[in-house]
Ligand binder design. Sequence first.
Ligand SMILES: Cc1ncc(COP(=O)(O)O)c(C=O)c1O
Length: 387
Amino acid sequence: MSDPFGLRSLDPAILASTPGMKWQAHPGRLAAWVADMDFPIAPAISERLAAVVAHGSLGYPHWGPAPSPAGRLFAERMSSRWGWSPDVERIHDLADVLQGVRIAVELLTEPGDPIALHTPAYHPFLNSLREMDRRIVELPVGADRIDEVASIIAAERPSLLILCHPHNPTGHRFRRPELERLAEIAEAADLVVVSDEIHSDLVHEDPPDIETDTETHIPFASVSESAARRAVTVTSASKAFNLAGLRWAVMHVGHAELERRLRSFPDHFFGAPNLIAVEAAVAAWTDGADWLSAVMEVLDENRHRLVDLLEHHLPGARYTPPEATYLAWIDCSHLGEGEVPRDIFRERGVEVSPGPQFGGEGSGHVRLNMATSPAMLERIVATMGGA
Ligand SMILES: Cc1ncc(COP(=O)(O)O)c(C=O)c1O
């Protein structure tokens, strides 16, 4: 099988010595926890960064008015990929996606205020809300549960929804009817919707024999005029292109009051973007498409392969391949390993993320990172099974 980017031939010894949190925080164990990929970055990115460094000039960039070139490219890419045209004047460079979420929560709500999100939830959201003393309103995940979402929001009256779109850790892909319904619910409750779309390049296409939709991702802000006015969209090239350490993200603020508040801060209050990170995002979004489709092929293979691997090595574990992301949300509650089955997998030599960290129905679950070679995935699951 052709493997031009070396995605299928990862060397376990090299992986184990990879610098960075994923492989170094739990030495001696196979790393399938934090959402970094094991794949080497796209050649388009390494070549661009090498050229920048080789030139030897890392002084102040000559970019003109904000946003950065990556911020501007974000607008073009949203328009060409998803048919949504963000207003360039309302695009802000950030250090990371979580910063954008926290800014919106900090500036638009008060301690004690209820904030809604779908649980299980990306745990830094939960931790942020706890630290900021906000009250967490848990919503169930799934298009078939939208009526429950509507009644919880009507009863709890949150003023802000953090929408993880697509959803980490379940891999749920919000399709148009669910998004339209969410937009109506948001309008009825006058909700600000902070839409974290960091996983939007990692949506799997529906198989051709199933007649569903071909829109792999629909920015929440593009769903209706009302959605556009209440949306704060936050995203980054970091998840799909494996650049998390570079620290660059982008926020588009449709919500007028948040935009006004942001503009009231002095210039540089939120810092300025990093030259290398911006160059990397530009390279990813300009020339990274071939690499990304090769990655999606491996991820697609892995998400299906995991069904058989679990059946063989961990019979009783329940798992449905995610529609998006490279994360597998696995129900291990029938394995008899209690609320934190992560512990037994740790003992056996694999580090996965513990379900309870994600709140909601996380008890008895683990989240497994599938962004690795098929051979390494097999080794990980065999090791989880005690082989
Ligand atoms: C849904 C979601 N949002 C945000 C992040 C983190 O992004 P950043 O490092 O830019 O804050 C992650 C990382 O896995 C994520 O899954």
